[in-house]
Structure formats: structure tokens, C-alpha cells
Design a protein around this ligand. Structure first.
Ligand code: COA
Length: 383
């Protein structure tokens, strides 16, 4: 796993040489500025650089690593500890200087980057780093915008989606549409979330993840207007399970629907343990949720998971024509009808969400999950 976390060594070597070229000590003020610049970075610098930043920060503020080595299974803290320890006895001044130079080079490297475009929702004011959100023709569109990572969902993105849904609930739109940038709809939870540095170890990471997941799924349960998914490509994990909380789902024929939870030592979320058996019957749901069966778009449509499948070549134009026609319907009637349907089992959905989150909190700290996530990154590192 450590090898996987550290896989982009060449980038790091370039940065190291950059740091080597930079000179002069950093003041406390420059250090503070670097800290705030770090939180303003638009692009995720990747695990390796984040570990380096963490290590330099610890060395700069506390001196050489002097805490006991965490156990093998305490993966996150072990990787953090290794990174800090690897700095040896460099002085706090030197660490501060390297920290400032590293953040400076990351900020500089972002200059002119348009990999992720912030968007301002009409009538809103909020901006998003990981989403493109717009309101047009009475439709608010929320587009996941990390195409290089197949729109895998980071904690920042979970929070932004919650905010975008809250915004869309209040804006003038008649319904909200979810879609993805690039060739994927979404590859589910970003698996590197499991390797993220967090004070308090694995238990704390699981607790925070659980709270975020609970709020995330609740945002779908509570959304008061019709929710439409325009599935522009393959969908994995939580992007599939929450589909049971949507009102209308159009997919390109290229789309697939995959929930590899047990493969990853995890368990179902997004209320799918309740919605999927209701939608497709218990044995078909189990084939997906327990045995990782991947559905084609046409099979997902036969099973009732999605509404309709379109040829890829005409997908966007046909769907847009439909949506524009729906947007001429009276807004109150649309919203009230949606709420009527949802009210039937809203309390049940809250309870299912809570139970699923509780189960996952335990799964995230399990050895099965640890090994599965490790295998994913090890396989990637070997490519
Ligand atoms: N978490 C973290 N990174 C992910 C990711 C995820 N869920 N899905 C894709 N990525 C990253 C890949 O690591 C890769 O990053 P890199 O370019 O830095 O190496 C990049 O996105 C492109 O993905 P890649 O695997 O090269 O594309 P692909 O077309 O061969 O495969 C997937 C796409 C989605 C099938 C494959 O990446 C995958 O299986 N991802 C994991 C999906 C998953 O298990 N999600 C959680 C469900 S609970």
C-alpha cells in the first residue's frame, strides 16, 4: 500500500529538485501564508505530496519524529509516521523552508490550469471546485467534474454535492439533473479516501466518513423536487446505489451499473439495501449488492433500476429534448407530486440510511476492507 501511495515518485523528484534550487529561510509569517495557500489549492496534490507536506509540517512544528511507531494494521498512521520519520534530524527551520517552497511550487504549478473549472450557480453565489453547477431553462444541472479520476467522489466533493442539492432545492429550477463530465458517470467513492491523513487514526477516519455519508444520503432523501440522473457512462458504487432515490434515470447504452461492495470488504449504502430489493426483487438485488454483478444499461432497464436507455450517438440531444419538455410542467405540481411519493417511506429511508452507515463504519475499520483497498492500489501501481 505504501508503495501505491508513493507511486508518483517522479513528480516528487522534480519537486525535490525545485526545492533544492530555492534558498533563504522562511519566516513564521511565510509559513502561515503557506498553510492558507495549501487549503486554497484547486487540485488534489496526490497522496505522496500530501504525505510530504504532512511530514514537513510536523517536523517544522514539533521537530524530529519522536512518537511510537503505529502497528501494521493502523495503515494511515503508519504511512504518516514513516513519512515524518524519513525526514530524520533536519532542523525545524529547514523543514519550514521546505514546506513553504513545496507549497509555493504547487501554487505555481496550478497557474493557468483549467483541469477543474469552478462554476457559479445562477442566482446562487456559491462556487464549486469539483462540480459544474448551472441553472438553465428551469433545470439545475449538477455535473461531477473530476473526469481524470472518472469522477470518483472525494470528501470535498461529497460536501459540495450536499451544498449543490441544498442550493437547487431553493433556487427557481423545477428539477435537478445529475450527470458526469467525461466518459464516466462516476466511479464511486474515491478509494484514496481510505489513505487520507487524519488525526485520530482509522477509527476517527471511519467516524468522520460515516457522518459525511449519512448527511450525503439524507440530502437525496430530503430533496424536495424531482431528481433526474443523466447517466453518461459507467457508474460504480455509491453513484449506483443512490439511484434508488432518484425519480427518473436516463442512460446511454454505454453505461454499466456496478456495486462491488463485498469485493472491497464493504457493504451497501445509499439506501440500496431497501430500494434495490423493492425495485428489482430480492434475488436480483442480492446478485448486485452481495455478488458484485455488473449490469449493462439494457439489463438495468429491464430490472427497473433505470427508466430508459438511449443510443450513445443521440443520447445527449434526445435527453435534452425530453428534459426541456418536462421543464414546461407546473413547478408546484411537480414538487408536490414528488413529495407525495417520497413521504410514503421517508422515515424508513432515514432508518435504512442509519443502519447502512453503522455497518459501514465497522467495515471501514476491518481487515477485509483494508486488504481490498490495498489490492486496488497495488494493482494500479504495477501497471
Ligand atoms: N477511487 C480512486 N481513484 C479512482 C477511482 C476510485 N473509485 N476510480 C478511478 N480512479 C482513478 C484511477 O486510480 C486512475 O488514476 P491514475 O490516472 O492516477 O492512475 C484514474 O482514476 C483513471 O482510472 P483507470 O482505472 O485508469 O481507468 P479505467 O477505465 O481502466 O477503469 C474504473 C475505471 C472505474 C473501472 C477503475 O478505475 C476502478 O475499478 N475504480 C475503482 C472503482 C471502485 O471500486 N469504486 C468504489 C466502489 S465501492
Amino acid at each position: 500500500m505504501a508503495a501505491a501511495v508513493l507511486k508518483s515518485c517522479s513528480a516528487w523528484r522534480v519537486l525535490c529538485s525545485l526545492i533544492g534550487c530555492l534558498s533563504s529561510g522562511a519566516t513564521v509569517e511565510q509559513f502561515e501564508q503557506a498553510k492558507s495557500k495549501l487549503s486554497a489549492l484547486k487540485k488534489d496534490p496526490g497522496n505522496e505530496l500530501k504525505l510530504k507536506i504532512y511530514a514537513l509540517f510536523k517536523q517544522a512544528t514539533q521537530g524530529p519524529c519522536n512518537t511510537p511507531k503505529p502497528g501494521m494494521l493502523d495503515f494511515v498512521n503508519k504511512v504518516k509516521w514513516d513519512a515524518w520519520k524519513s525526514l530524520g534530524s533536519i532542523s525545524q527551520d529547514e523543514a519550514r523552508e521546505q514546506y513553504c517552497n513545496l507549497i509555493g511550487s504547487l501554487v505555481e504549478a496550478e497557474g493557468g490550469s483549467s483541469a477543474q473549472v469552478a462554476a457559479t450557480p445562477a442566482g446562487g453565489g456559491a462556487t464549486y471546485e469539483t462540480l459544474l453547477v448551472s441553472t438553465e431553462d428551469d433545470i439545475t444541472t449538477i455535473k461531477l467534474n473530476r473526469p481524470a479520476k472518472k469522477n470518483a467522489i472525494t470528501p470535498e466533493m461529497y460536501n459540495e454535492i450536499i451544498a449543490a442539492l441544498e442550493q437547487a432545492a431553493k433556487d427557481e429550477s423545477k428539477f435537478a439533473v445529475f450527470t458526469g463530465a467525461g466518459d464516466f458517470y462516476c466511479s464511486g467513492n474515491d478509494l484514496s479516501n481510505f489513505t487520507k491523513i487524519s488525526e485520530g487514526g482509522v477509527q476517527e477516519m471511519a467516524r468522520q466518513g460515516a457522518e459525511l455519508l449519512r448527511r450525503y444520503v439524507r440530502a437525496y432523501i430530503d430533496f424536495p423536487k424531482p431528481l433526474v440522473a443523466v447517466v453518461n457512462g459507467p457508474a460504480v458504487g455509491i453513484s449506483v446505489t443512490v439511484l434508488g432515490l432518484f425519480d427518473l434515470i436516463y442512460a446511454t447504452e454505454r453505461a454499466t451499473f456496478h456495486t462491488p461492495f463485498t469485493q472491497l470488504g464493504q457493504s451497501a449504502e445509499g439506501c440500496s439495501s431497501y430500494t434495490f430489493p423493492r425495485i428489482m426483487g430480492p434475488t436480483k438485488a442480492s446478485e448486485m449488492l452481495l455478488f458484485n454483478k455488473k449490469l449493462t444499461a439494457s439489463r438495468a432497464c429491464e430490472l427497473g433500476l433505470i427508466t430508459e436507455v438511449f443510443p450513445d450517438s443521440s443520447f445527449q440531444s434526445e435527453v435534452q429534448t425530453r428534459l426541456k419538455a418536462y421543464a414546461r410542467l407546473p413547478p408546484q405540481s411537480l414538487a408536490l407530486s414528488k413529495q407525495l411519493v417520497r413521504s410514503v417511506d421517508k422515515e424508513r429511508l432515514y432508518a435504512v440510511n442509519d443502519a447502512e452507515v453503522e455497518r459501514l463504519t465497522e467495515r471501514w475499520t476491518s481487515e477485509e476492507c483494508f486488504n481490498a483497498v490495498m489490492s486496488f492500489f497495488q494493482a494500479k501501481a504495477k501497471l
